[in-house]
Write a protein that binds this ligand. Structure first.
Ligand code: OOG
Ligand code: MG
Length: 263
């Protein structure tokens, strides 16, 4: 049961959608609606996505966020969140993203999963995820909270589609068979210097557990993750702020690298 009425949910979705489209920050929504609940937060996120769909922008994947201790610590929250990847925010590798369309972007090193079969919770676990995975790839997620100073609580960030702003896939596709993703190392470089590094285990012990958590979250609503879905499993390290002129490369063990620039 949501605590907010449908008119309020629709108005808050417009508030966040407009902020994103106009690249300006806004006050977090829990300041005005401190009693909103988790269902309200996901209902607003869904409504933001509905607005995009009405403009012809489809969801082409899903994401989990705040799945590593580094991210939880950085943002001062304690549980994962889930959101949509939309087609308008997919960016080809080695291009430059226009920072005038963003508020205060940050980049995150992530492992992307491509599913060959559907996943349905509850009860989904790492082995189910690995069996359903076609391949993994390195990914850079650009996050850009629509909230002032990038400060939020969990409900506000869920409503804001978990700060999703762009994503870049690249490098090699890797079969998960025979792979220990926990020890898969990643190095994030900005302008040729290493700015963060980590290993897969930073993400809930194993990046596949983040995908399982997503399947279980959707399972509570009777939804499944269809085959062919690309999923970002969550930043392995803290997110790194970027500005015009920066270039970012993610090197992932056995997966090559993926790069993107900012102008
Ligand atoms: C929320 C989104 C976090 C991740 O990978 O942890 C996220 C935020 O930190 O703004 O995408
Ligand atoms: Mg992320």
């Amino acid at each position: 049961m949501t605590t907010l009425n449908q008119d309020t949910i629709v108005a808050l979705a417009k508030y966040l959608d407009d902020a994103q489209r106009e690249a300006r920050d806004v006050i977090k929504i829990t300041d005005d609606y401190p009693d909103m609940d988790w269902e309200d937060a996901y209902a607003i996120q869904f409504e933001v996505q509905q607005r995009k769909e009405r403009r012809g922008i489809r969801a082409i994947g899903l994401k989990a966020g705040l799945t590593s201790y580094a991210k939880m610590l950085q943002m001062g929250v304690d549980s994962p969140v889930f959101g949509y990847l939309t087609e308008d925010f997919w960016v080809p590798e080695s291009t430059r993203i226009d920072t005038s369309t963003l508020i205060h972007p940050k980049v995150e090193p992530e492992i992307a999963f491509m599913l060959k079969s559907s996943l349905k919770g509850p009860g989904c676990h790492i082995a189910d995820v690995l069996a359903a995975t076609d391949f993994i790839m390195p990914a850079i997620e650009v996050i850009d909270s629509r909230y002032k100073d990038f400060k939020f609580d969990l409900k506000s960030v869920i409503a804001d589609n978990t700060s999703f702003a762009r994503f870049v896939l690249g490098g090699s596709m890797l079969d998960v068979k025979g792979l220990d993703m926990r020890t898969l190392g990643v190095v994030l470089e900005k302008n040729g210097e290493m700015v963060a590094c980590g290993a897969g285990a930073a993400v809930l012990g194993h990046p596949a557990s983040s995908v399982a958590a997503l399947a279980n979250h959707l399972g509570e609503q009777g939804k499944e993750i269809p085959a062919g879905t690309v999923i970002l499993s969550g930043g392995i390290t803290e997110a790194i702020a970027v500005k015009a002129g920066d270039s970012v490369t993610l090197r992932a063990q056995g997966l090559g690298s993926v790069s993107v620039g900012f102008k």
